[in-house]
Design a binder for this molecule. Structure first.
Ligand code: RAM
Length: 378
């Protein structure tokens, strides 16, 4: 049941027929900002838009299970995005026939490198086969990742990368450049082409948010964005109350602020509540979960539109990648291909940091037209 897809997706599909999308991505709409976003060829992966009724998929298709224990370490506990990522990981492991005792999911107490180092050390002593980690810090995890690797544990990152030396590959939810371009176009559109805007990010060390912010800044250097002034990058640390406080501070400190862009599901939801309570004219966009943002999406609402990908698919692809590495089907080198169950075929490509990555698909626009369809999915 395919639906209308954005032109960027169609272009991307033509670029590489090898890569296949998954069956649980949202139908696309004509969000004004996304139409202008041109994907970088090497980053864009095609996705087949499907209806919400088809997702989530891939249950009860257990193949013969292999040996080993597979761990997922998310950024932190208490974040619904991370829970959905974990649900996808677990579901795919079970679809491959692995049992509960072979699947370990860890949500560290806080979104810090220290909390993840403690968790990885525990997993090393449990002698797991593979660890997939959404990193809270790109470089600080290197020693513990190297320690794990020296004991034969396969290390990948997903969602938020560890540095190239620390991983075999990275499951990237969408190309960094296309996310930066898409968000900048949304900011420009919602600001009416010019004026002050601010970023409300997660933690200051988060590799994924920092990469997206760097990509946005690079896009903003273009002539077309010369009228926009980025006044501050604030950090809510992916904690609800801190994100609320940071939003309030932005509104107080910048009375002429036109747009807040929050490239974090925790931040965007916190900011939405503040803007709505204050009846603010500041517009909001960024990366949000449809389930958390449905009440705020609307042409005359605080968030006219926003973007995301399917966090369940990020977890699923993390599981398939971990298993492919442990089974020796791939080594994490660019050019290798493998099949991720029902998600289809994926190719490992060069990443901009010198390592490799696997891109799940492009970001999707959530608008007043499709938000109701997606709010119960993730
Ligand atoms: C938050 C986390 C996560 C990020 C999303 C968009 O939930 O920071 O890592 O991918 O937002």
């Amino acid at each position: 049941m395919k639906k209308k897809v954005l032109s960027v997706l169609l272009a991307a599909s033509m670029i590489s027929a090898l890569l296949a999308g998954c069956g649980s991505t949202p139908a696309q709409t004509d969000a004004p900002a996304a139409e202008e976003a041109a994907p970088a060829e090497e980053e864009a992966a095609p996705a087949e838009a499907a209806s919400a009724e088809e997702a989530p998929a891939a249950e009860g298709e257990a193949a013969a299970a292999g040996e080993g224990t597979f761990a997922l370490v998310t950024k932190s506990a208490g974040n619904p995005y991370n829970e959905r990522e974990a649900a996808g990981f677990e579901e795919a492991m079970k679809a491959m026939g692995y049992s509960d005792s072979q699947i370990i999911i860890r949500h560290p107490e806080s979104a810090t490198a220290d909390a993840q180092i403690t968790t990885i050390n525990e997993l090393i002593s449990q002698n797991v086969s593979a660890i997939a980690i959404a990193a809270n810090d790109m470089d600080a995890l290197q020693p513990v990742c190297e320690q794990a690797a020296s004991q034969g544990i396969k290390i990948i990152s997903l969602d938020s990368t560890v540095n190239a030396a620390s991983r075999m590959t990275h499951v990237n939810q969408a190309g960094t450049q296309i996310i930066g371009q898409t968000l900048m176009d949304a900011v420009k559109d919602l600001a009416g082409g010019e004026g002050q805007w601010a970023i409300l990010s997660a933690t200051s060390q988060a590799s994924n948010q920092n990469a997206w912010i760097a990509a946005m800044k690079e896009v903003m250097e273009g002539e077309d964005y010369a009228g926009l002034e980025l006044v501050e990058v604030a950090y809510g640390d992916d904690e609800y109350q801190k994100s609320v406080d940071q939003t309030q501070a932005l509104l107080t400190n910048y009375p002429d602020l036109k747009v807040i862009c929050a490239p974090t599901t925790v931040g965007i939801m916190a900011a939405a509540g503040v803007l709505q309570d204050k009846n603010s004219e500041v517009k909001l966009t960024g990366l949000g979960l449809p389930s958390e943002m449905a009440d705020y999406i609307g042409t005359d609402n605080v968030c006219p539109y926003m973007y995301l990908w399917n966090p369940i698919d990020v977890g699923r692809l993390g599981a398939y990648t971990s298993v492919a590495l442990v089974n020796g089907d791939i080594t994490g080198a660019a050019g290798e291909t493998f099949t991720a169950g029902e998600m289809g075929g994926y190719e490992i490509v060069e990443a901009s940091d010198g390592g490799t990555e696997i891109i799940v698909g492009p970001p999707f626009a959530f608008t007043p037209e499709n938000i109701d369809e997606w709010k119960s999915v993730y």
